[in-house]
Design a protein around this ligand. Sequence first.
Ligand code: AMP
Length: 146
Amino acid sequence: MNYKKILIAVDSSEYSLNAAQKAMDLAHQIDATVAAVCVVDASKALGNFDVGLLPGEALLALTKEAEQTLDQVGKMYMGKDLTKFMPEGFPREEIIHTAEQWEADLIVMGTHGRTGLRHLLMGSVAEYVLHHSKVPLLIVPLRNTK
Ligand code: AMP
C-alpha cells in the first residue's frame, strides 16, 4: 500500500497532539500529504445552566478551542499548508465521514485507553473508528511519547 493521504484526528488533549507529531514524522518519511480533523463535539455544546453557559456560548467556545488545536497542529507541519477540517457533530462519526470525503488512505489518532467503568460510560472514539473505518488506522497509545 502506498500511503499518500494521512488524516490526523485531534482533540485538545496532549495524547492526540503526540499522535499528531507521530503522523507528521511518518508523513515526512513517506512523503505523504497530511490533513487534520478536529470535531466540534455536539454533545458538549448543550451549555451548562449551572454555570450560566448558554448552548450558543458553549458552541462558540468549543469552536474556538478546535481552531486553536488545528492551529497548533498546523505549526507542526514543517512550514507547509495543512488542510484543516472542523465539522460539528459526534467525533467518532465525523472522523469516519471526513476520512471518506477527503479520501484518506490512513487515519492516525491517539487514545486515552480508558478501561472499566470509564470505558463503559464514555466509550472510546478510537475503538469506534477502528470498527468502522474502511482504511487502516494507526493508534498511538498513551504511553508512547518517545
Ligand atoms: P479514545 O480515548 O479512545 O476515546 O480516543 C481519543 C482519540 O480520539 C483522541 O486522541 C483523538 O485522536 C480522537 N478524538 C477525540 N475527540 C475528538 C474530536 N473532537 N475531534 C477529532 N478527534 C477526536
